[in-house]
Design a binder for this molecule. Structure first.
Ligand code: ASP
Length: 325
């Protein structure tokens, strides 16, 4: 009897919870903002957004737009936290992480990939050509080469010089906000209100060889649910993985919070969890979020995070994100 009541109550509970959810989602869906719209992390997001916007305007799909958008940063040797020219690990090796996802929950990812300049395109191929989501290390490299990617040295003279300098002290403190730009994460909503996302990085400079951060992990560095919205992160990957950061931002939006409230909620959780940990001293995390209705936000733990915004009203502008401390 008690059990039957419990089941009945649970069913009633879940019906009312789902109708509550539905009414919130419907409310969101009736309030469309300007689409298409693209947001991406840091200063380098400006150039990347322009590339992505151009692709969209030329009739390419959202997936190609985000892929080629972030490739712009991967190709640029002056972007020291992404792709070619990214700072190496403690052994002087440049190791790359990336992932990509579309409105249909298709996703692909590579981690600990070496000597291939465009990990985001390899991640897209993993999504499109394999039964898997994530390839790592030598397996990812072999897959890339088999699919026509060129083996290249990604350690530029400047990065080698910086690494040799670092070796003198070998002090490990991840520097987030490095020259005010870092991992690039890009979120896009197209004119059909479908969502796309991409995230690519060379990870934390001077990391241990083999370390993988949040950026290639679906749910940590990037997540989207086409009924609700999309989110992506930058900052100390360990803190984002620990809290399933991007997935949680999306879940907050599902519960009815705005993109800004959702980013704040997860930054607050990260702050509470890390306040008494040694990495608190250098911890920085930031999220960008884009809801199904095209509303957007960025928010970080510490000052200094910004993101690029492109839509029909804004021919790509830089927005200073809100911050907690
Ligand atoms: N999230 C990246 C990582 O931890 C780095 C960054 O965004 O600063 O690998």
């Amino acid at each position: 009897m008690i059990r039957r009541n419990f089941i009945k109550n649970s069913i009633i509970g879940s019906i009312s919870a789902s109708s509550l959810l539905r009414s919130k989602t419907e409310k969101i869906l009736t309030d469309f903002k300007s689409v298409p719209r693209i947001i991406s992390t840091w200063n380098h997001g400006v150039k990347a957004n322009r590339v992505a916007w151009e692709k969209l305007k030329n009739g390419e799909g959202g997936l190609t737009a985000v892929e080629y958008g972030v490739r712009d940063s991967e190709d640029d040797p002056n972007e020291r936290s992404v792709g070619y020219g990214g700072l190496p690990d403690r052994d002087g090796k440049v190791t790359l992480d990336a992932c990509i996802m579309n409105y249909n929950n298709d996703c692909g990812s590579v981690s600990f990939l070496q000597n291939i300049k465009n990990p985001i395109s390899v991640a897209r191929l993993v999504m499109e050509k394999t039964p898997h989501i994530m390839l790592s290390g030598k397996g990812a490299f072999d897959f890339a080469v088999k699919n026509g990617f060129k083996k290249e040295n990604l350690l530029t003279k400047q990065s080698e010089k910086d690494w040799k300098n670092w070796l003198k002290t070998s002090e490990y403190k991840p520097v987030i906000n490095f020259e005010n730009h870092d991992t690039i994460s890009m979120l896009l909503i197209d004119s059909n209100h479908n969502l796309f996302g991409a995230c690519t990085t060379s990870g934390a400079a001077w990391k241990m060889h083999g370390r993988v951060g949040d950026s290639p992990i679906i749910g940590a560095g990037l997540f989207l649910d086409n009924e609700v919205g999309a989110a992506a992160s930058t900052g100390l990957g360990e803190a984002v993985i620990r809290t399933a950061g991007s997935a949680m931002v999306v879940e907050c939006m599902r519960s009815g919070m705005s993109p800004l409230e959702s980013c704040k909620e997860v930054v607050n959780r990260i702050s509470n969890i890390h306040r008494n940990r040694p990495e608190w001293e250098y911890l920085q995390v930031g999220f960008i979020a884009l809801s199904k209705n095209g509303d957007y936000a960025g928010y970080s733990l510490k000052k200094g995070f910004n993101y690029a915004l492109s839509d029909d009203n804004n021919d790509t502008i830089l927005v200073d994100a809100g911050y907690k401390i």
